[in-house]
Structures are given as structure tokens and as C-alpha cells.
Design a protein around this ligand. Structure first.
Ligand SMILES: Cc1cc2nc3c(=O)[nH]c(=O)nc-3n(C[C@H](O)[C@H](O)[C@H](O)COP(=O)(O)OP(=O)(O)OC[C@H]3O[C@@H](n4cnc5c(N)ncnc54)[C@H](O)[C@@H]3O)c2cc1C
Ligand SMILES: NC(=O)c1ccc[n+]([C@@H]2O[C@H](COP(=O)([O-])OP(=O)(O)OC[C@H]3O[C@@H](n4cnc5c(N)ncnc54)[C@H](O)[C@@H]3O)[C@@H](O)[C@H]2O)c1
Length: 444
């Protein structure tokens, strides 16, 4: 039996933030990882996706300027792009593992599973700890359809040697919309199929509608209110059938219908850790129903979006709380979410839906930015922002942004909101002109 102060299960961004923080505070820490050191984000999530997106964004910017000073459109070279992605991702697992070892954090590779006496088995190793942190993340959910075994996921998409000429994506959430944008830019015919009339529910409805219009304008076959019921092999392709009687042949079908918590192999029932369909139940201090077991990151059932910076924030929170007495409950700052692509959709703080429900408290200004100088300069085909302002304080408290630059604008507004500023405060600052930051003065 090997004894530790803390054992962290899961070597992704959340688990690693906690492990490094607790080790720096003098704790004897071990991390267990069953698959790739570094977890989803750098191996098969945010980072590889954003490497592919660099080519997508550049193509989008060039397309927009065609006839306005540029001619031709750069084409994606998939094998070269995949080589660039792999040059980054292939170093992640060893680099992460070496970093932990160099820091003096114990590492175990294998699937962690709790025993009835509260200890942990990892392969031939038995571990015991004063406290435990579960940071096992999420994995793709495969819808229960006829032919489920033929469905691929984002894991495979982000490592394809060759992209088929035609693909079908089942679900238009974050993953579905982003993979659609990548494949579309690479010249593939994309069918983006969503079962309801309202994808990306957490985002502003008008802006989602604008985004879907952009995807359609780029040639993506967006099908709403469409349920795929069957996928079957057809020669070297697949035949897709829907509940409303449609069918088509496609090169590959990807399940982009959501992700689910990775808890199956942990045997949480043996240590009285309660779960829901959305993940592990925790209280305000990220403590599970077992007082010595904490959970953080994607595997937790909580309303905050499941994103890398949120997992890292929770890791840093546990670093503080597990080394202090009477820690206060976790308090999240505003959390920006971005769906990436040639056109990006971003969201932060009080939503336009919340604002509409409390008209006495909030007002929303809806600005079409398409003809503003910043967007005309780059010929952005669609740019729009909705800013939520608290009527009492005149502070900006929320925003929804659609444009090829939304990721930048939402981060500026993040600082504005964190610093309790409104248009009057912004007008007292001087930013470089003409830039996206100098536009902030006009968002009132
Ligand atoms: C395609 C895609 C794109 C994304 N893009 C973005 C983005 O642009 N921005 C963003 O902020 N977020 C993005 N995300 C989400 C982001 O990847 C996650 O929020 C983040 O990785 C969560 O970190 P985590 O540490 O909670 O879990 P993970 O990173 O999933 O790490 C959990 C680790 O635990 C390990 N594990 C599981 N069970 C066990 C066990 N029993 N024993 C030992 N180890 C175990 C797993 O192998 C895994 O390595 C994306 C996700 C996907 C899938
Ligand atoms: N840019 C980013 O920050 C980014 C990118 C990718 C993933 N993520 C994170 O990963 C999480 C998971 O993303 P996701 O896209 O897998 O899930 P998601 O929940 O965002 O979207 C899945 C969508 O598929 C729909 N769906 C479910 N079953 C379906 C079916 N049978 N047919 C068609 N549609 C169906 C759901 O209604 C949902 O709208 C996100 O919530 C986000 O936190 C973030």
C-alpha cells in the first residue's frame, strides 16, 4: 500500500491544476491517468481543434477579402494540416508525464478503481490517501440508434489521415458546429443534423440563427428537427436514414450529440459517492457525498459550462481549500464560451434570455456591426453584438457576440464585466485606434 496526502484521478487540465498546486503547498501528491497524459483538451479537444481552426480562420478572412484586394482562396491541405496538429499533440503525453515526474509528483498509469475499504487499485498498485480528487472528465455519447457501432466521434475526426468527401454530423452542439466548420473549409460536403429546432441552447437565439445562416451560406447542409434513426454500411460508405423518411450516402458519420461523465470504472458505489446522469454530485466546496472525496472539471454535475478554464479554476480552488480550514464555497467569475469557426459565436455573463425575463433590471442593446469600420475593413460577412446593461449601475453585465473576431471581443468584455465597468467608464480609457478594443466605447 502506497500512502499519499492526495491522489488525483485524471491527468487532464483540471486534475493537473490541482496536483501542481497541492504539491507546491507541500502535499505528497499522486496522479493517476488511464489514457493520454494531459487529458482531452491538449490531446483530442481544444488545442488540436484550434490548430485546424487556424487554417479555417485564415481561409475565411481571405474569402471575405476576395474582390476587395485579394484574389484566390487558399485551400486546406489536410495531410499537411494533420501533420502540423500531430507535431503538437504527439509531444503532449510524454511532456506532461515528464513535467509531473520532474516536479516530484508520483504518477501511475492505469485505470483507477475504488475498493470497498476506501483504497484505490491501479493495475498492480494499491494506493491510499487522506483525500482524493476525481477529475476523470467526459467522453463522447453514442446515441442508441440502429448501427451505433458505425458511429465515429470527435476523437477520430481530429486524427483523420484523410477526410472523406462527404460526412454527416449527428448533433449541432459545440463539437458538431466546430467540426462542420473545419470539414466544410477542407472542401468536404457536410450534413449537420440536429434533432430539435434550436441548437446551442445556451447561446442567444437570434445569433444562433445568424450563425446557422452563415454555415448554410458556406455550403453546409444544416438539417433541424431531423432524427437520424439508422446508419448502415453501403459499399465503402454509409447509408443514413432519418425518422422523416430521408436517406443519403455519406463517407463517415460522427456522433456529436453530447458528452457524458467518465465514471463507469471507478466503482463509486463502493465509496458512497453519489452521481446523476450529468456527473458526480458535489456541494459548494466541490466535496462529493463522501467527505474525503472531491470532484472537479467536466465530470462534475454543475450548471457552469464544461470548459478547460473552468476545470483549471476548480483545480486552483481545491488547492486553496484543501490546504485551508473553513474554506468558503467556490465562487465562479463570469465565464466566456466561444464556438469557433469562420464565424464565431460567443457568450458571457447575463444572457439575453435572462435580461428579457427581467426588463425592470436590464436593457439589451442589439447592434448590427456589419457596417462598422472594424468589420468593413475585413469585409466580415456578418457581425452583431447584443450587450446587456444593468439599468441601476449602468454597468455591462453580459454580452452575446457573432463575428469572425468574437473570441477577442468577448475577452475584452470579460475584463469590462470583471471590473464593473459601463460605457461611461470605458470612455475614460484610451485604447489603440482603430481596433476592436476601441469599438468598446460605442457599445452602449
Ligand atoms: C472536440 C472538443 C473540443 C473542445 N474545445 C474546447 C475549447 O475550445 N475550449 C474549452 O475551454 N474547452 C473545450 N473542450 C472541453 C475541454 O476539453 C474540457 O472541458 C477539459 O478537457 C476538461 O478537463 P478535465 O480535466 O475535467 O477532463 P479531461 O481533460 O477529460 O481529463 C480527464 C482525464 O481523466 C482520465 N481518466 C478517466 N477515467 C479515469 C480512471 N478511472 N482512471 C484514471 N484516469 C482516468 C482520462 O483518460 C482523461 O485523460 C473541448 C472538448 C472537446 C471534446
Ligand atoms: N469551443 C468550445 O469551448 C468547446 C468545443 C467543443 C466542446 N466543448 C465542451 O464540450 C461539451 C460537449 O460538447 P458537445 O457538442 O459534445 O455537446 P453539446 O451538449 O454542446 O451538444 C450536443 C447537441 O446534440 C444534440 N443531440 C443529442 N442527441 C441527438 C441526436 N440523437 N441527434 C441529433 N442531435 C442530438 C443535443 O440536443 C445538443 O444540442 C460542451 O458543452 C462544451 O462544454 C467546448
Amino acid at each position: 500500500m502506497q500512502e499519499f496526502d492526495i491522489v488525483v484521478i485524471g491527468g487532464g487540465p483540471g486534475g493537473l491544476a490541482a496536483a501542481y498546486g497541492l504539491h507546491a503547498r507541500g502535499m505528497n501528491v499522486a496522479v493517476v491517468e488511464k489514457d493520454l497524459w494531459g487529458g482531452t483538451c491538449p490531446n483530442r479537444g481544444c488545442d488540436p481543434k484550434k490548430i485546424l481552426m487556424a487554417a479555417v480562420e485564415t481561409q475565411g478572412r481571405s474569402e471575405a477579402l476576395r474582390g476587395h484586394g485579394l484574389s484566390g482562396v487558399p485551400q486546406l491541405d489536410w495531410p499537411a494540416l494533420m501533420a502540423a496538429k500531430r507535431a503538437y499533440t504527439e509531444k503532449i503525453p510524454d511532456g506532461t508525464h515528464n513535467g509531473l515526474q520532474a516536479a516530484g509528483i508520483a504518477t501511475f498509469h492505469g485505470e483507477a478503481s475504488f475498493n470497498a475499504d476506501g483504497t484505490l487499485t491501479v493495475g498492480d498498485n494499491q494506493l491510499n490517501a487522506a483525500n482524493w480528487i476525481i477529475a476523470t472528465g467526459q467522453e463522447p455519447r453514442l446515441p442508441q440508434i440502429d448501427g451505433q457501432e458505425w458511429l465515429r466521434t470527435s476523437n477520430e475526426f481530429l486524427d483523420l489521415d484523410n477526410l472523406p468527401e462527404d460526412i454527416t454530423l449527428m448533433g449541432a452542439g459545440y463539437v458538431g458546429v466546430e467540426l462542420a466548420a473545419i470539414a466544410n473549409a477542407a472542401g468536404t460536403q457536410v450534413h449537420l443534423v440536429h434533432h430539435s429546432d434550436r441548437p446551442l441552447r445556451a447561446f442567444d437565439g437570434d445569433l444562433v440563427s445568424d450563425l446557422l445562416d452563415r454555415l448554410k451560406a458556406n455550403g453546409i447542409d444544416v438539417q433541424l428537427n431531423t432524427e437520424i434513426t439508422q446508419v448502415a454500411p453501403a459499399d465503402d460508405q454509409y447509408r443514413v436514414a432519418t425518422a422523416d423518411g430521408q436517406s443519403w450516402t455519406t463517407g463517415m458519420v460522427f456522433a456529436t450529440a453530447g458528452r457524458m461523465p467518465v465514471i463507469a470504472g471507478l466503482h463509486l458505489d463502493r465509496v458512497d459517492v453519489a452521481t446523476t446522469a450529468h456527473g458526480i454530485k458535489v456541494d459548494g466546496t466541490l466535496r462529493t457525498t463522501n467527505p474525503h472525496i472531491f470532484a472537479l472539471g467536466d465530470v462534475v454535475d454543475r450548471p457552469q459550462p464544461k470548459l478547460t478554464p473552468v476545470a483549471g479554476f476548480e483545480g486552483r480552488y481545491l488547492t486553496e481549500t484543501l490546504t485551508t480550514c473553513d474554506a468558503p464555497a467556490i465562487k465562479y467569475p463570469v465565464i466566456p464560451s466561444v464556438v469557433y469557426g469562420k464565424t464565431q459565436l460567443a457568450q458571457l455573463g447575463v444572457t439575453t434570455t435572462q435580461a428579457a425575463a427581467e426588463p425592470a433590471k436590464y436593457r439589451v442593446s442589439d447592434l448590427d456591426l456589419t457596417h462598422w469600420y472594424s468589420y468593413q475593413r475585413i469585409q466580415d460577412p456578418r457581425a452583431r453584438i447584443k450587450v446587456v446593461i444593468d439599468k441601476t449601475t449602468a454597468h455591462i453585465v453580459g454580452a452575446a457576440v457573432l463575428s469572425s473576431e468574437a473570441e477577442q471581443v468577448i475577452n475584452y468584455l470579460d475584463f469590462v464585466i470583471q471590473n464593473h465597468m459601463g460605457p461611461a467608464d470605458i470612455s475614460q480609457t484610451i485604447t489603440a485606434y482603430p481596433t476592436l478594443a476601441s469599438d468598446l466605447t460605442y457599445f452602449n
